[in-house]
Design a protein around this ligand. Structure first.
Ligand code: ADP
Ligand code: MG
Length: 245
């Protein structure tokens, strides 16, 4: 596949004090690609996600989005960050705003859309994630799976070039996991560029173009899902897979 790079990390290093959390990370995510990141707890997966849209600073290396370096701060950074949506394990919805207002808020504040236009777009997206009839409710009135789908609609509302998911189903009851994965599968089919930290190996097998295995702050393997799952090259990956599969 000819790769048209959308996200590029080159030799990225990050420390928390003495702790070297990201070590010489080289990662390219092509436009329309779905990259699943897996690895043991503490290996740096969340830090990597947050680094991609500069929620974290880095000490060395380069991060390019669509060929442009990420600015370190300021208005430019805010604009660029809006290009990469993020969905967290803990939905992070505003409890005192309706579902509709949650999806519209950043469109109005960051994208400077009028309320009517924003609400129209929000309703389209809520429809797309199967929540057309929940627009006027508050987050607490929704199930976890529904709340996570609102969070996805909210991220999509910014018209991002890419979406980052950090364990989007880890906080959900088992019966709600599939409704969220199905929305993600659909986005993948529509060509959305996605970086997904997840332990859902079924999703990795069926939706990912590549699986990136991290351990101790390093990318240890970066391969097609079938190759990775059937014949992991590293001892670390074999050990990890034997524990979760
Ligand atoms: P993962 O998502 O793979 O479980 P993280 O990226 O959350 O891993 O964490 C990587 C390492 O960095 C862990 O050792 C974690 O304890 C540490 N860490 C994460 N966030 C911070 C922080 N804000 N301050 C200090 N250490 C952190
Ligand atoms: Mg994490």
């Amino acid at each position: 596949m000819a790769v048209d790079p959308l996200i590029e990390l080159r030799n990225v290093n990050k420390h928390y004090g003495q702790l070297h959390v990201l070590k010489d990370i080289d990662l390219t995510v092509g436009r329309g690609e779905v990259v699943v990141i897996i690895g043991p707890s503490g290996s740096g997966k969340s830090t990597l996600c947050r680094t991609i849209n500069r929620l974290e600073t880095i000490e060395s290396g380069t991060i390019l989005l669509d060929g442009r370096p990420l600015p370190a701060e300021g208005k430019e950074l805010a604009a660029l960050r809006a290009e990469v949506g993020m969905v967290f394990q803990s939905f992070n919805l505003f409890a005192h705003k309706t579902v509709l207002a949650n999806v519209s808020l950043a469109q109005i504040k960051v994208r400077k859309r009028g309320r009517e236009e924003a609400d129209k777009r929000s309703r389209e997206l809520l429809n797309r994630v199967g929540l057309a009839d929940q627009a006027d409710k508050y987050p607490a009135q929704l199930s976890g799976g529904q709340q996570q789908r609102v969070a996805i609609a909210r991220a999509l509302a910014m018209n991002p070039k890419a979406l980052l998911f950090d364990e989007p189903t880890s906080a959900l009851d088992p019966e709600m996991i599939n409704e969220v994965l199905e929305v993600m599968q659909q986005l993948a089919r529509e060509g959305m560029t996605m970086v997904v930290v997840t332990h859902e190996m079924g999703f990795a097998r069926s939706a990912a173009n590549r699986v990136v295995f991290m351990a101790d702050g390093r990318i240890v393997e970066d391969r097609a899902p079938e190759a990775f799952f059937t014949a992991p090259e590293s001892e670390r990956a074999r050990d990890f897979l034997s524990k979760i599969l």
